[in-house]
Design a protein around this ligand. Structure first.
Ligand code: ZN
Ligand code: ZN
Length: 234
């Protein structure tokens, strides 16, 4: 399986990550990716860039090292309504928003509350992908959320970095099975924090192949398909 788009990557604008956008794009070109989404953290996390970062993204070129660049964010889910920590005018200007639960912004609640958070986020037209939902610390009703993601034409992320944690792998198996059953799209991502991790999808792809997951439901398998998916949202 050759995935052409990495939908969730960090640059050193998130201060706990290490690559510049130029280094990440060079790494993407080297491993045969055709598109890279730059999705740095948003201000509620201590490592995040200033809000101005997201306004200034548009001054970057749309292609670096022959790799198409999408401007995005990995936003923090804040509450059970699924609100995120980006003003709506900034949300509107981005190509991709991955919405994720992160400690210490969002502390562990009940499974019902985590479910409500994800369902709320899916209703926000600016949110593209629910990030690393296989995190064992934040259980939720997988069937209900994946069915709602299909209804709202959103992706559930199969996050390679998160899949590699043995405590999460069974959750991802369950998520993949539910996405297959409910016709939900998935986005496979590296969640790279260094250029060396860009395009690393091995653990995620292993789980998808193990489940005989239909390639037609992988939204970022090709650039054309991912662009079509994004056009369908906005
Ligand atoms: Zn995250
Ligand atoms: Zn991330």
């Amino acid at each position: 399986m050759k995935i052409e788009v990495d939908t969730h990557t960090h640059t050193c604008c998130s201060t706990h990550a290490f690559g510049t956008i130029c280094e990440n794009a060079a790494a993407a070109a080297k491993c045969g990716l055709r598109m890279l989404c730059m999705t740095d953290h948003t201000p509620a996390l201590p490592d995040a860039p200033h809000l101005w970062h997201f306004k200034t993204l548009s001054r970057l070129p749309r292609e670096i090292e022959g790799v198409k660049i999408l401007f995005g964010a990995e936003a923090n889910l804040l509450d059970t309504e699924g609100n995120i920590d980006l003003p709506s005018e900034i949300q509107n200007g981005l190509d991709v928003i991955v919405a994720s639960i992160h400690i210490p912004v969002y502390m562990r609640q009940t499974s019902a509350e985590h479910t409500k958070t994800y369902l709320g986020a899916l209703k926000n037209p600016n949110i593209t992908i629910l990030g690393h939902t296989g995190d064992y610390r934040f259980p939720y009703n997988i069937d209900e959320v994946t069915a709602a993601a299909a209804k709202y034409h959103k992706c559930i992320e199969i996050n390679n970095n998160s899949c590699k944690n043995p405590k999460n792998a069974d959750n991802y198996r369950e998520i993949i099975a539910a996405c297959k059953r409910n016709g939900t799209l998935v986005a496979v991502s590296s969640d790279a924090h260094t250029p060396f991790e860009i395009g690393c999808f091995d653990a995620a792809v292993n789980l998808l192949e193990e489940a005989d997951f239909p390639p037609a439901q992988i939204a970022n398998l090709t650039v054309e398909r991912f662009e079509e998916f994004l056009n369908g949202i906005k």
